[in-house]
Each structure stands twice: as structure tokens, then as C-alpha cells.
Design a protein around this ligand. Structure first.
Ligand code: ATP
Length: 303
């Protein structure tokens, strides 16, 4: 029986020599998600994935897979492509998959042809993996992870170093795995824009801390055109927006700015109304935040 939640971490923490690489992270990946796990280099993505798949021991907190704490059992249904992939350079694609079948005790080798064609490597013949393009190597690494027929796939920076064509191929492969094979996917990346064509949910991690989890719809809403308003007293400003300006069509962002989604051509008026009520308006400006701007806004930029 499948639970709706495939991964749930609670206050998950990893300390390396006194430094929290992952700091009380609670995150949820639901069945069917393509979960975009976003953070700058060094934010803690790989460390969290390593704990989830059993390559590193947590310093604190807990992990559930498929709604269960029996991780050894549940990890049989999990595939991982992480850091240096399991590709053996002097072997062909097929030989790599045969080797992986042996390793995992898979007797029915008919999975190999199916998987080769799924990842688009069915006609690589005698070509050895060391002569593959980076994109082909990455797709072979994903093929290796598919041998155990996982329900949930962790992909750590799968498009790192790829050219636009390679990125597109990986993106289409991930979509195929998700849509046609029903595989839930978690993809880490330091580039939010790259996942925006793909992810159904997002988690943003910064300096080990989960800053925000949200859906693709939330993100779309947050990236709408808005007036970005910076004030000294946020709750008071919100109450003026509601009671004087007469709108509830705004959000308060994690960085404390207010995004107002209507009255877009009345910045001056909004400014005057707030000022009349003794709110100090530090700035008010039109924002067409795209994804990347949004990411920089919530993580503070400096990358
Ligand atoms: P990247 O995209 O660069 O892989 P990341 O978000 O995956 O970044 P992690 O690799 O998880 O980040 O690293 C998080 C922090 O933990 C970093 O400061 C890193 O230096 C530190 N770290 C990771 N692994 C170890 C380790 N084995 N020993 C000590 N520190 C580590």
C-alpha cells in the first residue's frame, strides 16, 4: 500500500565538526511530485539527499519513506543518482546495466532493453561509456538507478555541466519517468529557472535551513507583477492596505517586503496613504519577479 507521502523529514539535522550542514529541515515530498530542491552551492542539498538514501547518518531528527520508518525496507523502492555516478567507463551502456543487475540480484535481464530505450540509449551499441557525451553519461546513470524499478528517484544536480540540448533531454526524460512510469522525482539544483519548466513543488534550502516549500501554482502567483513595498511596520501597513486601500490582494514575503498585486499603476497613491498613517515607506517599486529573482529575494542573493 502506498502512502501519499514518499519522503518526510522532521527536524533533520547533520553536523560536520560543529557546523550544521543541514539544520532542522522538515520537508515533504508527495507521491507524484517532481520536487525541485533548490539551494546555492553548499546549502546542504547533497547532505540531505545522502541522509535520505542512507549514505550518511543523521545527527538528529527523523526520516520517513513511503510513510514508514523502516528505511532499509523502503529504500529498496528508491533510486539515486548522486555525485559521481555508478557508471563504469570501460563498459558499454548494456554492459553497465548487466553489471548493475548482477549487483542487485536482478535475474530477469529483459528490463535492460526497456530501460535503455526509456533513457534513449538503445542504439549506442559497442560504444564505451567513457566515450559518451556528458548528457549520455548522465542518462546512463539514471538508467542504472532505474534497474531496481524504483517508485522514487533522487537526482542530485542532474543537469550540472550539460549544454542546453543535454539539459532538455534530461528534462524530457524526467517528465517521461514521472508521467508515464509514475515515478516520484526529487531533483536538486542551484538554478531555479531550470526546474521551473518541470517541478510541481519546490523546497528552498539556504545555509542548511529550509526557507520555504511551495507548489508550482504558489510560485506562479508569487512571480506575478506586483508593487513591492518596504515599510517599517508590516502588520500596520497590511491593515491599512485592507481597511483604507480596500484590498486583500497582497502577500508578505519571507524577507518582509509586501507584494501588492493590484493598484499596480497607483504606487504614488499607496505611498501617500501609508505615509498619512505614519508608516515609513522605504521603497515602493514595480516588480515582475521571475523565478530567479524570486530565489535571490528569498535567499538574499550573494551567490
Ligand atoms: P553543492 O551543490 O555544492 O553540492 P549542496 O547544497 O549539496 O552544495 P552540501 O554538499 O550538502 O551542499 O554541503 C553542505 C555543507 O556541508 C557545506 O558547507 C559543505 O562544506 C559541508 N560538508 C558536506 N559534506 C561534508 C563532510 N563530509 N565533511 C565536512 N563538511 C561537509
Amino acid at each position: 500500500r502506498y502512502m501519499d507521502t514518499v519522503l518526510k523529514t522532521t527536524e533533520l539535522t547533520k553536523v560536520f565538526s560543529g557546523k550544521k550542514a543541514v539544520d532542522h529541515v522538515s520537508m515533504t515530498v508527495n507521491r507524484g511530485d517532481i520536487y525541485g530542491f533548490i539551494g546555492k552551492n553548499g546549502a546542504g542539498k547533497t547532505t540531505l539527499i545522502r541522509m535520505a538514501v542512507g549514505l550518511a547518518a543523521p545527527s538528529g531528527g527523523s526520516i520517513e519513506l513511503f510513510g514508514s520508518k523502516d528505511l532499509t525496507q523502503m529504500r529498496k523502492k528508491v533510486g539515486t543518482v548522486i555525485e559521481y555516478p555508478a557508471v563504469i567507463p570501460h563498459m558499454t551502456a548494456r554492459q553497465n546495466l548487466v553489471a548493475q543487475c548482477k549487483l542487485q540480484g536482478v535475474k530477469d535481464l529483459s528490463v535492460i532493453d526497456r530501460i535503455l530505450s526509456t533513457v534513449g540509449l538503445e542504439s549506442t551499441g559497442k560504444k564505451k561509456a567513457k566515450n559518451f557525451s556528458l548528457g549520455m553519461k548522465q542518462r546512463l546513470a539514471i538508467a542504472i538507478a532505474l534497474i531496481g524499478e524504483p517508485d522514487f528517484l533522487f537526482l542530485d544536480e542532474p543537469t550540472n555541466g550539460l549544454d542546453p540540448t543535454g539539459i532538455k533531454e534530461i528534462r524530457e526524460l524526467i517528465q517521461k519517468l514521472n508521467h508515464e512510469h509514475g515515478i516520484t522525482v526529487l531533483i536538486s539544483s542551484h538554478i531555479l529557472g531550470e526546474l521551473s519548466k518541470l517541478a510541481t513543488r519546490y523546497g528552498i534550502i539556504d545555509k542548511g535551513v529550509m526557507i520555504d516549500e511551495f507548489t508550482a501554482e504558489d510560485l506562479e502567483a508569487r512571480c506575478k507583477s506586483s508593487l513591492m513595498i518596504q515599510v517599517d511596520r508590516i502588520p500596520e501597513a497590511c491593515s491599512i492596505l485592507e481597511n483604507v486601500v480596500g484590498t486583500k490582494n497582497y502577500t508578505v514575503n519571507p524577507d518582509g517586503t509586501i507584494s501588492l498585486f493590484d493598484h499596480l499603476d497607483e504606487a504614488g497613491l499607496i505611498n501617500t496613504i501609508l505615509a498619512k498613517h505614519d508608516i515609513i515607506v522605504n521603497s515602493i517599486s514595480m516588480s515582475n519577479a521571475d523565478l530567479e529573482n524570486y530565489f535571490i529575494q528569498v535567499t538574499g542573493g550573494d551567490r
